[in-house]
Design a protein around this ligand. Structure first.
Ligand code: IPE
Ligand code: IPE
Ligand code: MG
Length: 224
C-alpha cells in the first residue's frame, strides 16, 4: 500500500454550482466552504499530513471585482470564525502565493499562520494569489542571487513549498482536465484524479474512494 502524506486539490466548479442551484456564482463559493471542512476532517482521519488547497490563482484577478471581493470576504470570515477550532485540532495554516491583499486580510493571514505555526496534526497550505510559473521564476531569481549551483535539490529550497513533500495525490473537481498553473514542478509524479463533480457536491465518500484507489496504484517513479 502506498504511503499518503500530501493531497493537493484544485477546488473547481463553485461558480457553475451556484448558478445551477441559486442563480448566483457567489452562492457556489459559499457552498464550497462546506466541502473544505469535510476534506479537512477526512484528511485528519486518514492521517494525511499536508493538504494543499487552491483557493485563488494569479489569473483569477481577471474575474469581476464583485466576485473577487466576495471570495476574499468569505475567506476573511472563515478565518475569523474557524481559526480557533483549527488551532484546537492542531492544524497548521500556511499560505502559499503572494500575500498582496488588503492590509486587514494580510494581517489576519499572518496572524493565523503565526498562531498555528507549531501545530503538527495537519498542515494546510492555502494557495492564495498563487501561480506556479511566478513561483518558478521567483525561485530561479533567488537561486541566481545566492550564487549556488543550479541543482534540483538547491532549486527546491526556493519554492514556496520548500520542506513540504511533493503531493502524492492531485485532485481536480469540476469536470475539467487541466492544471491551471498549479504546482507544475511539484506534481511531476503525483497521481492525478479528475472528478466530474463540482466542488460543492464533492463529499467524504468521493474523497475516500480516491484515497483507497491511490493506495493500490503501482507507483514506478521511472523504475519498473
Ligand atoms: C472555484 O471554482 C475556484 C475559484 C477560483 C475560487 P470556480 O469559481 O472556478 O467555478 P467554475 O469553474 O466557474 O464553475
Ligand atoms: C483554478 O480554477 C483555480 C482555483 C481552483 C483557485 P479556475 O476556474 O480559475 O481555472 P480555469 O480558469 O478554468 O483554468
Ligand atoms: Mg473554474
Amino acid at each position: 500500500m502506498n504511503p499518503l502524506r500530501h493531497v493537493a486539490i484544485i477546488m473547481d466548479g463553485n461558480g457553475r454550482w451556484g448558478l445551477k442551484h441559486k442563480k448566483s456564482r457567489n452562492a457556489g463559493h459559499r457552498a464550497g466552504l462546506n466541502t473544505v471542512e469535510v476534506v479537512i476532517k477526512e484528511s485528519i482521519k486518514n492521517n494525511i499530513k499536508y493538504l494543499t488547497l487552491f483557493a485563488f490563482s494569479t489569473e483569477n484577478w481577471k474575474r469581476p471585482k464583485k466576485e473577487i471581493n466576495y471570495l476574499f470576504s468569505l475567506l476573511e470570515n472563515f478565518l475569523k470564525n474557524k481559526i480557533e477550532s483549527l488551532h484546537k485540532k492542531k492544524i497548521k495554516l500556511q499560505i502559499i502565493g503572494n500575500k498582496k491583499f488588503s492590509s486587514n486580510l494580510n494581517k489576519l493571514l499572518v496572524k493565523s499562520e503565526k498562531k498555528t505555526k507549531k501545530n503538527n496534526v495537519l498542515q494546510i497550505n492555502l494557495a492564495l494569489n498563487y501561480g506556479s510559473k511566478l513561483e518558478l521564476i521567483e525561485a530561479f531569481k533567488k537561486l541566481q542571487k545566492s550564487k549556488k549551483t543550479l541543482t534540483e535539490k538547491n532549486f527546491k529550497q526556493y519554492l514556496q513549498t520548500k520542506n513540504i513533500p511533493d503531493p502524492d495525490i492531485l485532485i481536480r473537481t469540476g469536470n475539467t482536465q487541466r492544471l491551471s498553473n498549479f504546482l507544475l514542478w511539484q506534481v511531476a509524479y503525483s497521481e492525478i484524479f479528475f472528478e466530474k463533480k463540482l466542488w460543492p457536491d464533492f463529499n467524504h465518500e468521493d474523497y475516500n474512494r480516491i484515497i483507497k484507489k491511490y493506495k493500490k496504484i503501482k507507483r514506478n517513479f521511472g523504475n519498473v
